[in-house]
Design a protein around this ligand. Structure first.
Ligand SMILES: *Cc1c(COP(=O)(O)O)cnc(C)c1O
Length: 721
């Protein structure tokens, strides 16, 4: 779909010899190809760092002299030619996995809807794990050559940037995105005017324009209500993620679901498969039904027909977490819509009706479930929890007969692996290992890596983390007017050589960030043992409306500021993709303490494992499947609790016991001439070897393709009579 214009690309005024840098800047492919980073970074490393790895701004601001200089460097030009040739090969997609295995289905687009996409640090249009998963999913769909097209929002204000006050209170700082400085393109019509989709809301129409991001071969279309034809209030409709204002939320979700279908139609797509990543986009099914009813079907037939191509992935293991609208709101927003479906009000409500403790609702997950033939949770345990949670929709069935399966989440290795580790693996794994990253055999070569080389890379990555953190602390001291104790709290004393534990994720209470602080004196003693010191790095944002989450940050921050910890606790502000990359690559141990079974999957531990950190986590979500007794440590047992307090107490006891008796001694056991911990490294190898293939996005997207997308496609393309 080449409706946009490439004129923007030419604004950079680049030297002819390297003018295709502009094209590269507008395709996120470069973000997961390490050598492609160099094409920008090598021109002016400090500017590249200062601009947060934003190639569009970089190419606008970089000096002509620097650009001219690289055009005289043979090494640079060789790299340039090689990378652009690789890019062209990649985009031509002649021998992708999908082409090789399912070429006959390549003209049947798969539409993927999500409210957030975590693609790169320059695009803060994600809040957490759901967004990272969507972003990684698109990258892998592109690598595999799936005919995918994605729909979401570009939020003009992005997700907030986090600042912590001296007393540990999270302040949300608004960011305003400048689209002209981002790798996004406006979608325009033949006359160069923005293309608009229109969605009817009570008493008014809302228009949305469309922006496009190229995620390799996959186009991502993002809706944006900030257009002149809208009222000032409607122009703000898509300004922020996850508002708690119900009117705003339902309006947003109508724009995403209904407007998203219309946008795809307008762009010429007729997807046969529609994947709803979480229920926020479920109104898309109502728009599909409206189209079919307008074409002469009755509602029941319409749903029977559209269901075959719809897929719903749930990520929410607790009823309170799902997206529910009170009925008065549905009356307000959909009274013009149900007649178009040929339905009466009560029939319409019935489609997604749910009884919540606080009243009757129109439930987005129920809507998604009723209008999707294929349903899945995101880990084995979460699948089980989801079957229990939604059993009431199939009252005649036993829990284990509820038709919700699972596909466990994964991560996109090219995005998350450290460059230096990738270089090391290049030496010991088969050529093209990244192309076969989901094949366990490919990873056998990890056993052949000499301990000393692996240890050197691990040390390098921790030094990089420490260096980065200390530089950030210094910059805060220099520019942000923070109190000296905050400079210490933000990592000025971080040591590049001691055992380092990372805990970074959204601060939602179920993740129990405070668990490791329960017995404070015991912990502080442990951190400050003379020959076996330990440091812990915390990071994460709480949703701005989540008061308990913010209190949790405060509790952690107060412990971090406590002088008795000896500078061994650190809290890093403003967790994002960039910081996540440093952390998952640099720490030795990745700690996760969710209250089971609330971590539907979790993915950050998968990123850490890929990079040679060892997981130390509750047996929930992905780790329950990944842990084999030799590739990391479990906190607690593979069991359920009725009583939260008992669960917390048992988990705390288990956590301290393992930390004291296993993790710390193992790390500091340097009983060999090289001075490295041989048994620790054996565990690291076991972890990489077993976890990297199993929790790769490649394994995951292939499962979505083969278990869900392709069966749905075949059913719809060759209907069985
Ligand atoms: C991976 C990632 C997450 C998700 O982490 P969980 O393990 O699911 O908590 C959230 N935020 C960022 C920035 C990430 O990189």
């Amino acid at each position: 779909m080449d409706t946009f214009r490439a004129e923007k690309l030419n604004n950079f005024n680049l030297p002819r010899r390297i003018e295709r840098l502009g094209e590269l800047a507008y395709n996120l492919w470069w973000t997961w190809v390490p050598e492609a980073h160099d094409l920008f970074e090598d021109v002016d490393p400090s500017l590249w760092e200062r601009l947060d790895h934003n190639p569009v701004r970089f190419l606008r601001e970089v000096g002509r002299a620097q650009l001219n200089a690289v055009t005289h460097s043979k090494a640079y030009l060789d790299l340039y030619d090689r990378i652009l040739a690789a890019f062209d090969d990649y985009m031509a997609a002649e021998d992708s996995w999908f082409q090789r295995n399912h070429a006959e289905l390549r003209n049947n687009p798969i539409a993927y809807f999500s409210t957030e996409f975590g693609l790169h640090e320059t695009l803060p249009i994600y809040a957490g794990g759901l967004g990272i998963l969507s972003g990684d999913h698109l990258k892998e769909a592109s690598d595999l050559g799936l005919p995918m097209v994605a729909v979401g929002f570009i939020y003009t204000q992005g997700y907030f940037s986090q600042h912590i006050t001296e007393d540990g209170w999270q302040e949300a700082r608004q960011v305003t995105l400048k689209f002209e400085e981002l790798p996004v393109m406006p979608v325009v019509d033949d006359r160069g005017e923005p293309m608009l989709v229109t969605v009817e809301l009570p008493d008014r129409d809302v228009d949305a324009r469309i922006w496009e991001i190229h995620v390799g071969r996959v186009p991502l279309y993002m809706l944006d209500s900030n257009v002149e034809s809208n009222t000032p209030a409607d122009r703000e409709l898509t300004a922020r993620l996850y508002s708690s204002d119900l009117d705003l939320r339902i309006s947003q979700e109508m724009v995403l679901g209904i407007g998203g279908v219309r946008a795809l139609r307008m762009l010429g797509y007729n997807p046969v498969v529609w994947h709803m990543n979480e229920g926020h986009s479920a109104f898309l099914a109502l728009e599909q039904a409206r189209e079919l009813v307008q074409a002469g079907h009755n509602f029941e037939d319409a749903v029977a027909k559209l269901r075959a191509g719809n897929i719903f992935t749930t990520h929410t293991p607790v009823p309170a977490g799902s997206d529910e609208f009170p009925l008065w709101l549905i009356d307000k927003y959909f009274s013009h819509f149900w007649p178009q479906l040929g339905l009466e009000r009560d029939e319409f409500i019935e489609v997604a009706h749910r009884e919540m403790p606080w009243g009757e609702t129109f439930s987005m997950p129920v809507l998604a479930i009723r209008t999707s033939e294929q349903l899945n949770g995101v880990s084995e345990l979460h699948g089980r929890v989801a079957r229990r949670m939604w059993n009431f929709l199939w009252p005649e069935r036993r829990e284990d007969e509820v038709p919700i399966g699972h596909i466990t989440n994964g991560i996109h290795p090219g995005t998350w692996i450290a460059r230096s580790l990738k270089d090391l693996l290049d030496e010991y794994l088969p050529q093209d290992w990244l192309e076969h990253v989901d094949d366990p055999d490919v990873w056998e070569g990890v056993q052949d890596i000499p301990d000393s080389e692996l240890w050197e890379v691990r040390r390098h990555l921790k030094r990089k983390l420490a260096h980065y953190v200390r530089e950030r602390a210094r910059q805060q001291w220099l520019h942000d007017g923070v109190h000296p104790v905050q400079v210490v709290a933000s990592g000025a004393l971080l040591d590049p050589y001691m055992l380092t534990i990372g805990f970074a994720r959204r601060f939602a209470t179920y993740k129990r960030a405070g668990l490791i602080l329960r017995e404070r004196e015991r912990l502080f003693d442990l951190l400050n043992q003379p020959n076996r010191p330990v440091q812990i790095v915390f990071s994460g944002k709480a949703h701005p409306a989540d008061e308990p989450g913010k209190q949790l940050i405060q509790e952690v921050y107060r412990a971090v500021k406590d002088a008795d910890n000896g500078g061994r606790l650190v809290f890093l502000e403003d967790y994002d993709i960039n910081l996540a990359r440093y952390l998952v690559q640099g720490v030795d141990v990745w700690l996760n303490t969710p209250r089971r079974p609330n971590e539907a999957s979790g993915t950050s531990g998968e990123k850490a494992a890929l990079n040679g950190a060892l997981n130390f986590s509750v047996l929930d979500g992905w780790w329950r499947e990944g842990f084999n007794g030799k590739n990391g440590w479990a906190i607690g047992k593979d069991r359920q609790y009725e009583d939260d307090e008992q669960q917390d107490a048992d988990d705390v006891a288990s956590l301290y016991h393992t930390l004291e008796n296993e993790i710390i001694p193992l790390y500091y056991n340097r009983n060999n001439p090289g001075g490295y911990p041989a048994e620790w490294l054996a565990m690291v190898k076991e972890s990489i070897r077993t976890l990297a293939p199993q929790f790769s996005m490649r394994r995951m997207v292939k499962e979505y393709a083969e278990e869900l997308y392709l069966p749905a496609t075949e059913k719809r393309v060759q209907p069985v009579k």
